[in-house]
Design a protein around this ligand. Structure first.
Ligand code: P6P
Length: 339
């Protein structure tokens, strides 16, 4: 493993960033700090009964808030609020966006969208979970509180995005538009080391990830694709393998490294899809495109969708370019059958 730490890497590469004023470096450093704190709690969650179990509150997604969800949200908010470069945060755990009200923060030029602990239903069964984040430059006037318009920007406006996967090891993977770089945490000294420089998504793969409990309710084009994956055709390496952890960051991370496609389509329970555009789909779309892959809603490039609300959901197909395009092809065939 490289001996370059995340901190050194951020500093060494901050001039790649067109607004290189050190502000983005400070944001990434605050995310690094928060990730270390959350990692500590996630890794002892099995022991720390005071953390486990649902708060009992229901978050805006209608899901029971696990205490670790709430804890992670607070840790990231505090880390971001204290750096004076972020004026506001939109988080899965909060119905409205949070506009920091101290003057130093209001002078900040950036906003962050985040899912502080995605896949939290897996917390008490010891399955990998993750944090997902996006960074945008604000649109509203510096020196004033953040506004809704700052958060409703298309994903093409992201200046940075990344995730932390709390798994067999903890990794932080991010991009500032100059490739995707992965760092592995060494808990013995509390440092993230560069372990996966310049990550690239294989253009094709043998893994498809979908909750096949939704199979019969998914759009026909998606059903046709899943059947295509299951057919026997050695010439095209089929059948493919189904791998679905039920934790987006873990499924995404595996597919990014090995090649694969993750599909969360429209379902009767989630007629516009389950995953949220602002803090799940857009950050992962930025990362996968930077790694040479693709992300769409089945027809449109995820990052070109203009958000209309904070917790907007979209159908999400993300991963190896050839696999995403195959899904889009099946969807198109069903919608525009050849005569
Ligand atoms: P289902 C977790 O709640 C999440 O947002 C993603 O991490 C995960 O991929 C998906 O939902 C799982 O949803 O409906 O398959 O349980």
């Amino acid at each position: 493993m490289s001996s370059i730490t995340l901190g050194e890497f951020i500093i060494e590469n901050q001039n790649d960033f067109k607004y290189a004023t050190g502000e983005l470096s400070r944001i990434l450093s605050s995310i690094r700090l928060a990730a270390k704190i959350v990692q500590r709690e996630v890794n002892k969650a099995g022991l720390a009964q005071h953390i486990l179990g649902a708060v009992g509150d229901i978050n805006v997604q209608g899901e029971e808030q696990q205490k670790l969800d709430v804890y992670a949200d607070n840790v990231f908010l505090k880390a971001l609020a204290n750096r004076g470069v972020v004026c506001g945060v939109a988080s899965e755990e909060n119905e409205d966006y949070i506009a920091f009200n101290n003057q130093e923060a209001m002078d900040g030029n950036y906003v962050v969208t985040m899912d502080p602990l995605d896949g939290s239903s897996n917390i008490d069964v010891n399955v990998s979970i993750g944090t997902i984040f996006s960074v945008y430059r604000r649109i509203s006037k510096p020196g004033t509180p953040a506004q809704l318009e700052d958060f409703l920007q298309p994903g093409t406006e992201q200046v940075a995005a990344g995730y932390v996967v709390y798994g067999s090891s903890t990794m932080l993977v991010y991009t500032t538009g100059n490739g995707v770089h992965g760092f592995t945490f060494d808990p013995s000294i509390g440092v993230f080391y560069l372990s996966h420089p310049n990550m690239k998504s294989p253009q094709d793969g043998k893994i498809f990830s979908m909750n096949e409990g939704n199979f019969h309710h998914a759009p026909k084009g998606v059903r046709e694709y899943i059947k295509y994956c299951q057919e026997i055709d050695p010439a095209s390496n089929r059948p493919l393998s189904a791998r679905y952890i039920g934790s987006l960051v873990a499924d995404f991370h595996r597919n990014l490294i090995k090649g694969g496609v993750y599909i969360y389509p429209q379902t009767p329970k989630s007629p516009t899809g389950k995953l949220r555009l602002l803090y799940e789909c857009n950050p992962l779309a930025f990362l996968i495109e930077q790694a040479g892959g693709k992300a769409s809603d089945g027809k449109n490039r995820i990052m070109e969708i203009k958000p209309t609300e904070l917790h907007q959901r979209v159908p999400f197909i993300v991963g190896s370019t050839k696999m995403v395009e195959k899904v889009e092809e099946f969807i198109k065939q069903v919608e525009t059958p050849t005569t």
